[in-house]
Design a protein around this ligand. Sequence first.
Ligand code: SAH
Length: 278
Amino acid sequence: MRWLRRGARRSDAWQGCRTSTPSHAIVARSWSALALGVFLALLVAARSLTAAAQADLAAERARMVATIEAHAKQASIALGRDSIAPEILKVVGDVPRHEFVPDRVRGDAYADRPLPIGYGQTVSQPFIVALMTDLLRVRPGDVVLEVGTGSGYQAAVLAHLARQVYTIEIVPALADSAAARLQRLGYGNVATRSGDGYYGWEEAEPFDGIIVTAAASQIPPPLIRQLKPGGRMVIPLGAPFALQHLVLVERNADDGRVTTKQLLPVSFVPLTSGSRQR
Ligand code: SAH
């Protein structure tokens, strides 16, 4: 009604300005004012629905972070400490994981498990993403390489912590969709490429950190070569579909020597192609 009255007043004002306004034009203006009112009311309703949905997602993320913290305590013996760094918990509490999974599993985006992302691949369980990120000890100026882009979720998490992230994916369709998704979500410091990550990314080396999100039977030598002295690599090692372990690889800052530490048992899809021939 308010809109109708306003419309009527406005058409009165127009009449005052114009010498002759036909009555059907006045009615038409009143209707368009009403339509505008309805449109604005719908817009406000849609906005508050969106705000409510965003609040729900934030609550789901907060529950996911609580679960990650609980897992870190359970895994403390293997890890040698019982918590994930607060800045990493903050990042996983902020990154919209639901944007990285297909529509059909979106309702489970914040569940404590891996989710299918197509082409027989999965995005890791949130705890594993947080743990691998924590193990890398990324500092703000760091340049990090990820092998196995998948959905782009792990790359997005890293992008909040590092200066620059390079990520390689062997399945071209996954590489393309992750690249488009990361761009749409504004991750300007992630460079993507479709190819075999066994060989690393020569043009961008050396890396402060390397994270491999598919299981290899051994540490790919090109990745060791591309790791900076003082750098860290986190990689699942083990035969495909057999018992695998998450392994922390450190390259000594002084003599460049490599040490490895086997952490906890994990289950990852295999690193394919280059790694198979060796
Ligand atoms: N990090 C991803 C999940 C990775 S699943 C995410 O956050 O969603 C492992 C991914 O590694 C798969 O997408 C698989 O296609 C990819 N992959 C397997 N072997 C690879 C290789 N040699 N080079 C690059 N990517 C590889």
